[in-house]
Each structure stands twice: as structure tokens, then as C-alpha cells.
Design a protein around this ligand. Structure first.
Ligand code: BDP
Length: 681
């Protein structure tokens, strides 16, 4: 009998250990907490969570007393907080909760300073789930939707759902995310039917104590599809009335509902232009419906114009003319670059152009164009690069961060969105290192001045090390941090160096297809449209002699980008069609430089493999092996990228790949046959 019990204990302990290392715990590892007494002057569901978190994770003095203190002074704004010795001071309950997570983080990381204050950069820090109501996730690489996996068949939350949503909400709260859009921007109108709204209400109830507000993507045709009206024309009174009544219904179910996210007149989605109306007419109609309840409209700038105009100029052309015409509760949601979440783009000029209308950045956390959940790419550096780009809107220092977080215009209403990479996979994001991108988005949304290196450092320690661990500094933290910090640049090198963009395979966007062209579809959905390779050179001429996209940037950027000599090399082929023989700063001509970049990208992924293998035994085997096998895929893919792009462009440059570089190992014809994403498996 005794033996059996012992065996059971061992089995339970082992399975618990294994489960504990499958990545599900993210950056929130269980710790052996010390004793602490928490004193709160009031009670609320949010504060109950804060107390519990502190008790479960306290690593400060054993037997200490920690106080929550509600303050009114101006140093704390919004849901910000101040840590002072054994006190967390904040204005709101959520401020206390965010302060609690920060305090625990600092204890875990062994940061000894007693005083620390922090206020959020953006008032709304929102995840966008591109989750469809049938349970699939558009551009999702980590399994089915956590919200809609059963489709229509069950709109009730199970116990397992509730448990998962709590974990999800907790993870978000721990990094300051305070909103979530539960469905895809390519929205099904069904989301506004009562059966679905009741499910949204149930989800909102679970998320609320963690400070997470729910928002919905809505389909512009909903009044017709769901409401059985004859039109969705935003200026028709019956349509306006329908939206107002719908908003009222939503708020009766979810009093703190956040608002709508709208993709209109883009990629087949309906919008006001279907009725001869403008984006202003459409957005303002919804804004009127939501404003009595405090809701907002996030109207996306990702639109196309029905013209042959350079694709990257269209959002600016479409929206700038409406600056100042939107209602107060409308915010324009702009992707970081003017095209579409490419490995590298210059920032969207719209950030520095809209002056009277609030604008918000949209980042893509899910790696649609960056190797899905197979490639290790730390995106924080990409977002930091965008946020710190100077638009020169009001002269030097008008960064994208300052144009969007309200500081430049003294606005209190500001927002930032990240397209989620979360799915039902046990480790949430498919790749263990993709968790770092969820983490980094939250941290940057909270504080848009944080440095990616610090974010990586925090994430590594919380994800892989035990509290205040110091032994693995040289063997693990340093090399892994370096690898993360290089990873985006490495991906740019093996995919699209020197400003190349959108030379992906059609549709799935996983592998390379610079040869892709198709007269039957929009030219700006093909690769050849973007690289324009010919016998003279390669690149898109967006200078004043070409599409003149440079004119959308303020001086001195306009001139800097416009001239081949001053254009930063990382954007060279974005703004210029450059001769193969053109000499770059290091003396190499363009063709030679491209060859070295592609090769260096590949060689550095191989180096990542060596770095990772050298950490064997330092962390749990399960996560070690999972990352190890993903790196093998990344290494194979980088070879495919290098060979495909160099062999393809070589047909135009008519030059040899420098002989000191490793030779291609694939035939171009073989690579051209890889058309579906599963061909890469
Ligand atoms: C593109 C994606 C597509 C999205 C679209 C968008 O390929 O799946 O629906 O962006 O953001 O990048 O609306």
C-alpha cells in the first residue's frame, strides 16, 4: 500500500514537473513565496487579485507588511503607480494591480531599488485577435482560436474555457494590456447577433477583474446581414438608428464595452464607399452610436484606392484629406509601415501627417511575414525602430511614439494595437520565443520608451531562470539575449535585405517567390511589382523621378530618402531602383552586397543553432528540444530564401555569386515548385 502511494506521489510529481515546463506558464513561473501581509483600504475584485498575486509571488522580506495606498497627486496618471518601500500607490484599483505585477517582477529580477514610478504611455493597450467564429485564426500559427473553437455549436463557456481565459487575462494584465478585440477584422456580421453577444458578455465577465475590456470587429454591412435592412448606407436614418440600437443592446449586456474595430473598403470588406460615402461618414456614424456609452471606434487606415497609384501611398492619400473631420471618439489605426507588416519598412508617413485626428499604431505580433511560429524573430526591435522613428511633424523629436501617445497634442485618449499570436497550443504561441513578442508588445504599449534589450533581459529571466538566479549569466542570459537582439536583422538579411519587400509566395506569405507575377490579379499583390528587377538593377523607384512616395514625408526626411546617396541603406531598394553596379558605403557593388547579406542571414541562423545547443542542460529538456527543432526549420528555410532570391536575381544581374561564399544547394526550378506552405514541411 505504502509503495503504491509513494509511486503515485512520484508519478504525480513527475507529470506536474513535465507539465510545468511545457511553456504554458509563460513568463509567470510559480515561485516559492515568502510570507507577506497585504493591507488594502478597500475591497474589489481587482484588488482581490492583486492581494492574491502578491501572496503567491512575494520574494521580499519574510513576514513583511505591504500597503495599498490610493493617492490623488499628479505624479500618478491613469492606471499608473508608484512603488515606495513596502507601499504601492495608485489612483485606481487597476493601478494597484499593475503596480503589484511590477513589484513582483522587480523582486523576481532581483532589482533592489526601493522606489519606482510608472505611468502608461497609451491609455488603451489592445490585442487584436484575428479569430474567426468558426474557430480558425487568420494568420494564426498556434492552433485554433481560444475564443471560438466550437463555432456555433456551443456558445456556452465551459469550466475549461473559464480557466483558460483567466490565465489569458492574467498574462495580459501582468504586462499592462487592458483591451482585447475578440474577433477578426475580416468580420462576420454574426458577431452582432444576440447568441454571440451573450457569449461576448460571458467572456467579458471573466476578463473584467483583470482590467481587460472587450471590443469587437464589426462588419459594415451588418444592418443588412443581421438587421435585414435594405441598405447599410451610413447617411440613411434607419441605418444610423440600427447601429444606435445595437450599441445600446451591447452596453446593456457589457456596460464597460470598449468599442468597435472596423476594416472598411479594404480587401473585399464592405464600407461606406459602397454607398458613395466616405470613411468619415462611416466612422462618424458608428462614433455617434457608441459615444453615449463612452465607446470608441478604431477605424483602420489599411485601405486600397481603386487606382494604379503606388500601393504604399494609398492610405495617406485616402485619409489625410479627412484630418479633423472625425468625431472625438474615433481613432485611426495605422499599420507600422505604409505597406503591410514587412520584415522592414520605413514608418507610415500618416503618423506624422494627421494632426487633428488621433492615430494609433497597429503592430503585428503574429509572424505572418516573418516565418510564422517556426522562426525565432524577436519583434521588439522592429517596433522600437518604428516608435523611435522621427516623423519631423513638429520638427526634430516628433517620433512616431510622440505622435501617437498623446504627448505632442496633449491628448488623454491614445491607443496602440498588436495583432495577437495566441492560439490553443499548450504554449500559447507555437514557438517558445514567440511568447517574447506578446510580452514585448505589452511592455512597449505600457512604456513606449523601453529598450528592447531590457525587455529581452526581463523576459529571458522570468521565462527560463529561477528568481534572482545569477549562475547562468554568461552561459545563458548573455548569448540568448544577443541572439534575440540580432534575430530581426538576421531575418531581414535572409529574406529581404537592403529594402527589398513583399517578395513572398502568394497567399500564405511563408517562403520566397520573387518570381511571382499574375496578370489576373491586382499588380500590387505580386512580387515583381515590388522589386522591378531588370538588367539594369532592382528596387522600387519611389523618389521624385518615380512614384514620389517620398513626398509624403516631412523634410529633411523627404530629401534624405529621395537621394540615392543619402537614403539609409536599409531602405535603399524601398525608395530606389538601383543599378547592380552601384557602389554601397562599404565599397561593394549592389549585387555583391546582396549576396553577402543573404549569406550572412543564413550563417547567423546557423550560429543561433550553435548558441542554442550550447545551452543544453541549463534549462528543461522539453523547451530546449522544442526550440532546437524550430531552429532546424529556420535554418533550412533561410537556405531556401538565400538560394531562391540569389538564383532568381542572378538572371538579371548576370553576375557570379562571390566565390568565397557557400554555393546554393537547390536548383531554382525546384524552389519555384514550392508554392504551398506545406511544401516546406
Ligand atoms: C494582410 C493579411 C490579411 C489581413 C490584412 C489586414 O494578409 O490576412 O486581413 O492584412 O490587415 O497582411 O486587414
Amino acid at each position: 500500500m505504502k509503495k503504491i502511494t509513494l509511486l503515485l506521489i512520484i508519478i504525480t510529481a513527475t507529470t506536474h514537473f513535465l507539465k510545468a515546463e511545457d511553456g504554458h506558464q509563460l513568463w509567470l513561473r510559480h515561485t516559492a513565496a515568502k510570507q507577506v501581509k497585504v493591507v488594502s483600504p478597500r475591497k474589489s475584485p481587482v484588488l482581490t487579485i492583486a492581494v492574491q498575486e502578491i501572496k503567491n509571488g512575494w520574494l521580499g522580506k519574510d513576514g513583511a507588511e505591504l500597503k495599498f495606498d490610493f493617492v490623488k497627486d499628479g505624479s500618478v496618471t491613469d492606471d499608473g503607480f508608484r512603488l515606495e518601500g513596502n507601499k504601492i500607490a495608485a489612483k485606481t484599483d487597476l493601478g494597484i494591480l499593475y503596480g503589484s505585477y511590477e513589484l513582483l517582477r522587480r523582486q523576481y529580477l532581483g532589482k533592489s531599488d526601493q522606489n519606482y514610478a510608472s505611468n502608461p504611455s497609451y491609455s488603451r493597450r489592445i490585442l487584436n485577435h484575428w479569430d474567426n467564429l468558426d474557430g480558425s485564426v487568420e494568420r494564426g500559427y498556434a492552433g485554433a482560436s481560444i475564443f471560438w473553437r466550437q463555432g456555433d455549436s456551443s456558445l456556452q463557456l465551459s469550466e475549461a474555457d473559464i480557466a483558460l481565459y483567466k490565465e489569458y487575462a492574467r498574462a495580459n494584465a501582468s504586462i499592462g494590456i487592458n483591451g482585447t478585440v475578440l474577433n477578426n477584422v475580416n468580420a462576420s456580421a454574426k458577431i452582432l447577433t444576440i447568441a454571440y453577444l451573450q457569449k461576448v458578455q460571458a467572456i467579458a465577465t471573466v476578463l473584467r477583474p483583470y482590467g481587460l475590456k472587450v471590443y469587437l470587429s464589426v462588419n459594415f454591412s451588418s444592418p443588412v446581414t443581421v438587421g435585414k435592412l435594405k441598405t447599410a448606407d451610413p447617411l440613411v436614418p434607419a441605418v444610423r438608428h440600427w447601429w444606435a440600437a445595437k450599441a445600446k443592446e451591447i452596453y446593456s449586456l457589457i456596460p464597460d464595452f470598449g468599442g468597435f474595430l472596423v476594416k472598411a473598403n479594404s480587401e473585399g470588406q464592405p464600407g461606406p464607399q459602397n454607398f458613395g460615402r466616405t470613411h468619415v461618414d462611416g466612422a462618424n456614424m458608428m462614433a455617434d452610436a457608441l459615444s453615449p456609452f463612452g465607446g470608441i471606434v478604431m477605424w483602420r487606415a489599411f485601405v486600397y484606392q481603386p487606382s494604379n497609384e503606388d500601393r504604399t501611398k494609398q492610405a495617406y492619400n485616402e485619409f489625410l484629406k479627412f484630418d479633423g473631420k472625425f468625431k472625438k471618439n474615433v481613432i485611426i489605426q495605422i499599420k507600422n509601415g505604409p505597406l503591410d507588416f514587412q520584415p522592414r519598412e520605413p514608418f507610415s508617413p500618416l503618423f506624422g501627417a494627421m494632426i487633428k485626428t488621433p492615430v494609433m499604431p497597429e503592430f503585428q505580433i503574429t509572424q505572418e511575414y516573418l516565418g510564422w511560429s517556426n522562426h525565432l524573430v524577436f519583434l521588439s526591435t522592429l517596433w522600437e525602430e518604428c516608435l523611435q522613428s522621427d516623423t519631423y511633424r513638429n520638427g526634430k523629436g516628433s517620433t512616431v511614439a510622440a505622435c501617437t501617445d498623446g504627448t505632442m497634442d496633449k491628448r488623454t485618449f491614445s491607443a496602440i494595437a498588436g495583432v495577437s499570436n495566441i492560439g490553443l497550443e499548450r504554449n500559447w504561441t507555437g514557438h517558445i520565443f514567440a511568447q517574447a513578442n506578446w510580452y514585448a508588445f505589452g511592455r512597449l504599449a505600457w512604456d513606449n520608451k523601453l529598450k528592447s534589450e531590457d525587455i529581452a533581459d526581463e523576459w529571458i529571466r522570468q521565462t527560463f531562470l529561477s528568481p534572482t538566479e545569477k549562475k547562468m549569466e554568461r552561459t545563458f542570459v548573455k548569448p540568448i539575449k544577443e541572439m534575440m537582439m540580432q534575430s530581426r536583422e538576421v531575418a531581414v538579411d535572409y529574406m529581404m535585405p537592403l529594402g527589398l519587400h513583399h517578395i513572398f509566395a502568394e497567399g500564405h506569405h511563408y517562403g520566397p517567390a520573387p518570381w511571382f507575377s499574375n496578370k489576373a490579379i491586382r499588380a500590387d499583390w505580386t512580387s515583381v511589382y515590388y522589386h522591378n528587377a531588370d538588367l539594369l538593377g532592382v528596387g522600387f523607384n519611389r523618389s521624385s523621378t518615380g512614384s514620389n512616395a517620398v513626398e509624403q514625408y516631412h523634410e529633411p526626411l523627404r530629401s534624405t530618402f529621395n537621394s540615392l546617396e543619402s537614403c539609409p541603406e536599409e531602405y535603399l531598394l524601398w525608395f530606389h531602383h538601383v543599378p547592380w553596379t552601384y557602389k554601397l558605403k562599404n565599397g561593394n557593388d549592389l549585387w555583391t552586397a546582396l549576396c553577402y547579406r543573404y549569406d550572412s542571414g543564413l550563417q547567423r541562423v546557423r550560429a543561433f543553432q550553435r548558441i542554442w545547443d550550447s545551452t543544453k542542460g541549463l534549462i528543461d529538456d522539453e523547451r530546449f528540444r522544442s526550440v532546437q527543432s524550430k531552429l532546424k526549420i529556420q535554418s533550412r528555410d533561410a537556405q531556401v530564401w538565400k538560394d531562391a532570391c540569389l538564383l532568381y536575381f542572378q538572371q538579371f544581374s548576370k553576375r557570379e555569386i562571390p566565390y568565397d561564399l557557400e554555393r546554393p544547394i537547390y536548383e531554382l526550378d525546384t524552389l519555384k515548385k514550392l508554392t504551398k506552405s506545406k511544401d516546406y514541411e
